[in-house]
Ligand binder design. Structure first.
Ligand SMILES: [Zn+2]
Ligand SMILES: [Zn+2]
Length: 271
């Protein structure tokens, strides 16, 4: 059995949830609670103007009240734009296998799904009001085939992607999370009264007019991304603010941590 779990970006920041919790997520499950089983395939679906499948995964925890899930830290409670729904409502635990939030990453747009012979009659297309939608075996296979076909050129698909490539993709996704970026910049401004690059020390008053300096600063994810079985939550402490130039240099090769150390030493005059 396979299921489509839909989220409305007007109510919940789905992109940020998948970026910040790339291993395990929980999805509200008001229906089909007794039919969803561990091992079922899951498709995460974004509604709205950018509708389509944005992640695939597998059910690892049957619908369980939010108060009793195994990893409550992965509930993403802070990402609701509207009031968080009743925590007693069951949530399905889903281990994510691949996330594609943008067309560049190869997300599967609704128009493509709708045009597919098997999927055009699926309830996610014909009656898209709701949160959980079943796919029969034919529809599930069609969805997987389409997901495989939309694999972007620039990013390797999961089976072929090395663990290192997967980690790097996840890394970029977190750094692109605008919510995290804005929170981190606000934190640095509150502490220092200005934005400062953690490596070269350039600040937003020294070179660029303040009103034009907004895009100069980016956030860099410091910690190596865990591959642990427990969900990983990105916190502000895992991030540093870098100027765009230093950030490019740090990402000059995939040996990101080494590059960071080399550049830090270089700027201290050690090399
Ligand atoms: Zn810098
Ligand atoms: Zn970075």
């Amino acid at each position: 059995m396979a299921w489509v779990f839909q989220g409305n970006p007007k109510q919940f920041d789905i992109d940020d949830y998948l970026a910040r919790y790339p291993e395990l997520i929980y999805w509200r499950t008001p229906r089909y609670q007794s039919q969803i089983a561990v091992g079922d395939r899951a498709v995460m679906w974004r509604s709205g103007s950018d509708a389509g499948a944005i992640a695939i995964g597998v059910v690892v925890e049957v619908p369980t009240p939010g108060t009793a899930v195994k990893h409550p830290e992965a509930l993403g409670a802070d990402l609701w734009r509207t009031d968080e729904p009743d925590l007693d409502e069951p949530r399905t635990g889903i281990r994510l296998q691949e996330i594609r939030l943008t067309s560049q990453e190869g997300f599967l747009p609704r128009v493509v799904v709708k045009a597919d012979l098997a999927l055009s009659s699926a309830s996610i297309i014909t009656m898209p009001n709701g949160t959980v939608f079943p796919l029969d075996a034919t529809q599930a296979n069609a969805m997987e085939r389409l997901w495989g076909l939309t694999t972007s050129q620039s990013l390797p698909a999961l089976p072929g992607a090395s663990e290192g490539q997967r980690k790097l993709m996840s890394h970029y996704r977190r750094e692109r999370s605008n919510t995290l970026r804005l929170k981190k910049l606000a934190e640095v401004r509150a502490r220092h009264g200005k934005c400062v690059c953690a490596l070269c020390g350039i600040d937003d008053s020294s070179k660029y007019p303040r009103q034009l300096s907004e895009r100069i600063f980016e956030v860099h994810h410091l910690l190596p991304l865990a591959t642990a079985a427990t969900p990983v939550r990105t916190t502000l402490d895992d991030l540093v603010v870098l100027c765009a130039s230093c950030h490019r240099a740090v990402h000059a090769t995939s040996a990101v941590e080494d590059n960071y150390a080399v550049l830090a030493g270089h700027l201290r005059g050690e090399s």
